[in-house]
Design a protein around this ligand. Structure first.
Ligand SMILES: [Zn+2]
Length: 291
């Protein structure tokens, strides 16, 4: 059985674990805060790889940012990472094969192989975090596009230049559907910069009328996003991940989405693997790549 040392690199934390080729964690994930410079990130990866590389067949890296077709380098901008992060030569960090994939793609692959989209052929996974991570499986294959950017949510969903997106454009789906969007919605609604998505979730638990309204408006934008992906890709299932996914009303949203679809109805569920999806999916893709 092959064993992979698998990293999930995000803007706020880096996690890794040993994973076998069937997607089982062989060690408890270790977590670090993401260092503030490219050099410090490289040093952290190098140190941990050196410790385990003799025990494994390859190293997997699931990272924010679009990744090339050869699975070696980041090709697009990585917003909240230190300068130069996108230029890291990951292969230079290990004597074993290093396989790189976008974190949302890795998470989708994990759900497709061992999570809530197991035994399906077409699925979309939307991770609602700082941005929106999108992973798409079509006919059992991960959809990458010509530059690894298939599914990116940087297209406008309204046309009055209301909200600037991190990509530079206005009113991308991402700035209305992401976890951070709920935070912006809260500040706008209360006209108070100190109100956060955390306050909305607290209010939701107490059934505070205003908090419920803010949350439901945001949930409608998530629903709009699900509709877009369900219409384009006609998947058996759409999964939602990220910390906000637990608060979604799945039955209500599924009904709403299916009311407008012209295709057979889709299923809509919360992703199963939570924080380990990137680590597991990266390892599974890597194991297939070195077969
Ligand atoms: Zn954008």
């Amino acid at each position: 059985m092959k064993k992979i040392l698998s990293f999930d690199i995000g803007g706020t934390k880096i996690a890794f674990a040993l994973v076998d080729e069937e997607g089982n964690l062989c060690s408890k994930p270790v977590k670090y805060s993401t260092p503030a410079s490219k050099e410090a990130i490289e040093a952290l990866l190098k140190k941990n790889i050196a410790q385990f590389e003799d025990e494994v067949d390859a190293v997997a890296i699931a990272t924010a940012g679009t990744v090339n077709a050869e699975n070696t380098h980041i090709t697009g901008s990585v917003g909240n990472f230190p300068k130069g992060y996108g230029d890291i030569d990951f292969q230079s960090l290990s004597k074993k094969k290093v396989f790189v994939e976008n974190d949302a793609n890795a998470a989708a692959w994990a759900e497709f192989k061992v999570g809530n989209a197991k035994n399906m052929k077409n699925m979309v996974m939307l991770t609602l975090g700082t941005g929106v991570g999108v992973g798409i499986i079509v006919d059992g294959k991960l959809l990458k596009g010509k530059s690894g950017a298939a599914g990116e949510t940087h297209f406008p969903i309204r046309f009055d230049n209301h909200r600037r997106c991190g990509c530079g454009n206005y009113d991308c789906l991402e700035v209305y559907m992401s976890g951070s969007a709920l935070n912006l919605d809260a500040k706008e609604f209360y006209k108070d910069d100190n109100v956060t998505s955390y306050d909305i979730i607290k209010g939701l638990e107490k059934q505070d009328i205003k908090a419920v309204e803010v949350f439901e408006r945001w949930q409608q934008m998530v629903c709009a996003g699900v509709r877009i992906f369900a219409s384009i890709f006609d998947p058996e299932i759409v999964l939602l991940g990220g910390s906000m996914a637990q608060f979604i009303n799945y039955e209500q949203m599924k009904k709403q989405v299916n009311e407008t679809l012209v295709s057979a109805p889709i299923d809509l569920q919360k992703a199963a693997l939570e924080n380990d999806a990137g680590i597991i999916g990266g390892a599974l893709l890597c194991a297939e790549n070195i077969k």
